[in-house]
Structures are given as structure tokens and as C-alpha cells.
Design a protein around this ligand. Structure first.
Ligand code: KG4
Ligand code: ZN
Length: 338
């Protein structure tokens, strides 16, 4: 690592305008997040056009604030890391263009970053990564098991075939008339209830690390509707607890199995759903009798979208000599294995 390397991270892939300054890949000097959740709440989800508009309004202010809080100026920045994808194209474009403008104006290297790589590298801000490792990525748009042999090398060994875990949480929450984003509400309810309702678990083929949550989501919705038709009521707490138990059971079982098969040093939890208390506790319990594997779980502030995680990836790319050209573009379907 070069002496005192300073990277600015920019993240605008969804509904947070975020800029962070990270020193030597691990030390957060500032981490500013302007959330738009309040604007999207009344629509029950993120409205892409509104997201883009908010990013345009916020991005320069958030960049200035991140520099101010870190007590740095553009002259101190060694690299500008920005999320190039996946995400909402209009939202991504704001961050990518801001990053290109700053990089060009101040002659700073530009570093395009994959959003999910960012979620994984949130763990690097907690603990030095040791390889090989396995990351369980659970977010609003992704559910993946990612194997890493070394820095910036990603192999997806399993992924969802339909809904992402966070998406299933949000849809179930919507059925229960809970506000967006629903994940934290289901999590809270689940802790107040008991898993009394029998819901399916999609294990898929025996050797598969893939996931599927749409059947579970439909089962929850059907359970509610059937009860309604019979004039019965179902305790939302117990339904939330049953749903959460089913999701966690599959996530944890597959993660433990993969960790053993791939003989990894570390298991990392990543993505917005990593904030789930039930999932965190279940993973801690599962790995408590596997001392050969170190489990890392980031603090809540680094689980949801932020730019420190993007800067952490940028730091590794910078050290590897990787640079993006000014032709860098938003890429909503960006592949992490590329
Ligand atoms: O990683 P993220 O910010 O978005 C993507 O990059 O896709 O994750 C957002 C997702 C939402 O679906 C939200 O409901 C979920 O994370 N989430 C949770 C919890 N906190 C956030 N899901 C379950 N339990 C939580 N405590
Ligand atoms: Zn995310």
C-alpha cells in the first residue's frame, strides 16, 4: 500500500446519495449518506425518476460535505471510486458523471466499482480480509454466495433464481401493510412473534448453492389471503417470525455448507439484509463451533448502501494499478466476475 493513500468513494446506484473519504483502504475519514427513503416511502418502493432527481440535487453538496468532514481537499485525493453498476441506470449516471467531472478537473485517477463488490468490501473496513473467503451477499437486489481467492477476484457459486432476499422481505412487508423498506419492520415483528406457521424452504438440488424465495413469498401471501377468506385473522408477528425463520434457515445452512466445502478462512456477511438481527444471530451461532472459520459481520451503518465500501474497493483497484477511462459508463447489468 502506498503511503497514506486517500480514496473518495461515490455511490448513487439506488436511493442513497453517498460520498466517503477512506484512508489506506480501511480507515473511514468521512462517510456521508443522504437518504431519499422519505421521498419514496409513499410510493411503496423506489421511483427511479425521483431517485435520479434527488441525486442531481444532492451530489455536489454531499461531495463537499465528505471532504469537509474528512478535512481534505481534492488535492489530497489519490483516486475517485464510483459505483458503475448494477443499479438504476439514471441514478448510476449521476454518480458516474460526477466522478468523471471531478477526476477530469483535478486530474485524479478514476476507478469504476461493482456495487456488490462494495458491499463485500464493507467488511474490509471492519477487519483485514483473509483468503480464501466466502461472502454471503443479501440485499434488495441480490442474494449470492461469492467465493474470493484473492483481492478483487469474485466467483459467484450460488445466486437467487428469482427474488432477492430483501425483495422478498419488502414484498411480504407490503402484504402486511408495513411501510417501505419492509425488511427492518419484519425483523422487528419476527422478534415479537413465534414461528408457528409452517412455510416452505426452497433447498433446490442437493449440490446447488442457488436460492429461491418467490415460492416462500407466495406461500406467505396465500396464507394471509386464505385466512382472510375464512374470516380468520393471523397474527402478523407469528407470520413474520415464520417467514424470517424460513429465509434464515436456507441462507445459513447453505453458507455453512459452502464454507466447509471451499475451506475458507473467513465468512463475510454483506448487503442491506445483513442488518437483520435474526440472520446475524443465526450466523454467529452456526459458526461458533467452527473456530477454523472467522465470521465477520459489519456494523449496521456499513450494511446498507454507503460510499465507504465503494472507496474500500477503489483502494484495492488503485493498488493493483487498475484505472477506468473517461469512457466509463453506468452499467445496470454489470457482472461481478468480469
Ligand atoms: O443493500 P441494500 O441497501 O440494497 C441493494 O443494494 O439492493 O439493501 C436494502 C434491502 C431492502 O430490501 C431492505 O428491506 C433490506 O435490505 N433490509 C432488511 C433489514 N434492513 C434492511 N431486511 C431484513 N431485515 C432487516 N433488518
Ligand atoms: Zn446495496
Amino acid at each position: 500500500m502506498s503511503d497514506n493513500q486517500i480514496i473518495m468513494g461515490i455511490e448513487t446506484s439506488c436511493d442513497e446519495t453517498a460520498v466517503s473519504i477512506v484512508q489506506n483502504g480501511r480507515e473511514i475519514l468521512s462517510n456521508v449518506v443522504a437518504s431519499q427513503i422519505e421521498s419514496h416511502k409513499r410510493f411503496g418502493g423506489v421511483v427511479p425518476e425521483i431517485a435520479s432527481r434527488h441525486h442531481v440535487e444532492a451530489i455536489t453538496l454531499v461531495i463537499e460535505e465528505a471532504l469537509k468532514q474528512a478535512d481534505k481537499s481534492f488535492e489530497d485525493i489519490d483516486g475517485i471510486a464510483v459505483t458503475e453498476g448494477p443499479g438504476l441506470v439514471g441514478a448510476l449516471l449521476i454518480g458516474v458523471n460526477a466522478a468523471k467531472a471531478v477526476a477530469f478537473a483535478h486530474d485524479i485517477p478514476l476507478l469504476g466499482v461493482h456495487h456488490i463488490a462494495g458491499h463485500i468490501y464493507a467488511n474490509q473496513l471492519v477487519e483485514e480480509l483473509e483468503f480464501p473467503l466466502l461472502a454471503l451477499v443479501v440485499s434488495g437486489g441480490h442474494t449470492e454466495l461469492v467465493y474470493m481467492e484473492e483481492h478483487a477476484s469474485f466467483k459467484v457459486i450460488g445466486e437467487t433464481r428469482d427474488d432477492a432476499a430483501g425483495e422478498a422481505y419488502d414484498k411480504v412487508a407490503r402484504t402486511l401493510n408495513l411501510p417501505y423498506p419492509g425488511g427492518p419492520h419484519i425483523d422487528r415483528l419476527a422478534h415479537e412473534g413465534t414461528a408457528t406457521i409452517d412455510l416452505p424452504r426452497a433447498w433446490l438440488e442437493e449440490d446447488s448453492y442457488d436460492f429461491s424465495f418467490s415460492g416462500l413469498k407466495s406461500a406467505v401471501i396465500n396464507t394471509l389471503h386464505n385466512a382472510e377468506q375464512r374470516g380468520e385473522t393471523i397474527d402478523p408477528k407469528n407470520l413474520a417470525a415464520s417467514f424470517q425463520e424460513s429465509v434464515i434457515d436456507v441462507l445459513v445452512t447453505k453458507t455453512v455448507k459452502a464454507a466447509k466445502e471451499y475451506k475458507v478462512e473467513q465468512v463475510l456477511l454483506a448487503g442491506g439484509v445483513a442488518a437483520n438481527k435474526g440472520l446475524r444471530a443465526a450466523l454467529e451461532h452456526a459458526f461458533s463451533d467452527m473456530p477454523e472459520v472467522k465470521l465477520i459481520i459489519p456494523p449496521l451503518s456499513l450494511c446498507t448502501d454507503n460510499a465507504a465500501m465503494i472507496a474500500a474497493v477503489g483502494s484495492v483497484l488503485y493498488e493493483k494499478g487498475k484505472r477506468s477511462s473517461y469512457a466509463l459508463n453506468a452499467n445496470p447489468g454489470l457482472d461481478i466476475e468480469r
